[in-house]
Design a protein around this ligand. Sequence first.
Ligand code: OMP
Length: 306
Amino acid sequence: MKNSPEHFGDRLTAAIKNKKTPLVVGLDPRWDNLPDDIKSIGNQAEAFEVFCKAIIDVVADKVPAVKPQSAFFEQLGPAGVVALGRVTEYAREKGLLTIMDAKRGDIGSTATAYAKAYLDRSENGPWQCDSLTVNPYLGDDSLTPFCDVAMENGAGIFVLAKTSNPGSKTFQEKTIGADGGKLFELVADHLQMLAARNIGDSGFGFVGAVVGATWPEELVALRKRMPNVIFLIPGFGAQGGSAADIAGGLNEHGLGGVINSSRGIIFAYERPEFEAIVNWQDAVSLAADMAIGQIAADSNAGKLRL
Ligand SMILES: O=C(O)c1cc(=O)[nH]c(=O)n1[C@@H]1O[C@H](COP(=O)(O)O)[C@@H](O)[C@H]1O
């Protein structure tokens, strides 16, 4: 699959270059935050679907990918999962890459089922996602099926390395072994090794790492430690990560990472600075433009615009 246009690292890098930004929009619908006209639909699953499709309409020409957060749909039961399927399909139809945020991880044989469910990009695949977030806690044999299925399908995985939440210190920062290395560094080294199995023309592999925008120093160190690994950087905006904070996660060309913002964009109409905007989709559009502008101004992502 090397040198193929179907390589995930190449596809994502091409999409970032095409849209001239590494910003991705997270689809995390929350009932209480929905605009009134969407709430008036009444049925929550239907409202989530209509809302997320409307967000996609606004951002499809602006960003390379969307990241649907499975949890918000799952909490509505089967109807929510159906809505998630429709939203994901709609994103694909609109030319967006999809990062399914379902944070899967299990023993090898079960992991194979999860991987096939989400990453089979053939027309028979039930979800046909371009990538999936994966939890590495079960170890190397639990990651292998995700890697194998991803490679077969030109898909990718983003494995949790240093997550954005404060509690990521609990386990991820624990020192292991005599050399003082931390658990997330061990994971990082493993991910670099996995990514190196199949590096595309872009210089990036099909294995990505999740590194929070809330850890700017670790972003710099991990960028060096995992040169062929694409980062998914959440925590920008609502969790306090700034455009300057994410800068270290990108290389000198402004590549090598996507920066996720969910609430800060999809619920922009609730932000005081957008209070005067009547149409909620206009607020979403403006928030996306502002985030793209901030990231370009404060990081090497600005070079994508040259
Ligand atoms: O894997 C993720 O996307 C993720 C990892 C992480 O370390 N931190 C994190 O916030 N996320 C997800 O990224 C999104 C962040 O949403 P906002 O804080 O609203 O931008 C949520 O869907 C989280 O589940």
